[in-house]
Design a protein around this ligand. Structure first.
Ligand code: FES
Length: 157
């Protein structure tokens, strides 16, 4: 049976019980400190606004083969929240225009017969240069650069 030392009694400064308590307090403070730093770092990275570099956000989207685009027809390319039309005007000319109305962001439709882009929400109309023809849209449609390489059509958005 181990001998009982008077320093084993609770509350005696410098004894083993006090040393153990001090050690556990220090250890728990260290863990809380590490947890707090980690939590603060996670919170700061969540609250920090993402860096937005216009040049880096530009992407080139492959649309398809030029031969598959029929003259006068439009295809809608679903590109996240920025869908766009690709319209083949003649044998060589292809344009790309946003398919999102500049009024309250309805998705537009292409009217082949009138060669216009029409908004089903409030009857806004745009020409094939993206200019507003009529209705409430406050500004023209954004257009995008179209590239043709080896018979394939790409749009830089
Ligand atoms: S959303 Fe297109 S005209 Fe209103």
């Amino acid at each position: 049976m181990p001998e009982k030392n008077e320093n084993d009694a609770p509350g005696v400064p410098g004894g083993p019980v006090t040393d153990r308590r001090d050690f556990l307090k220090t250890l728990s403070r260290a863990f809380l400190g590490i947890w707090a730093v980690g939590g603060a770092t996670a919170l700061a990275s969540y609250l920090k606004a993402p860096e937005h570099n216009e040049a880096s956000s530009e992407r080139t989207v492959r649309v398809g083969m030029l031969a598959d685009l029929r003259l006068g027809e439009a295809v809608v390319v679903r590109h996240g929240v920025k869908p766009f039309f690709v319209i083949r005007l003649d044998a060589t000319k292809v344009i790309a225009l946003s398919a999102v109305c500049t009024h309250v962001r309805c998705i537009l439709t292409y009217d082949r017969d009138r060669r216009a882009i029409v908004c089903p929400c409030h009857d806004g109309r745009f020409d094939l240069n993206g200019n507003v023809l009529s209705g409430p849209p406050p500004k023209p449609l954004p257009s995008y650069e179209v590239l043709t390489r080896a018979g394939e059509v790409f749009v830089r958005v």
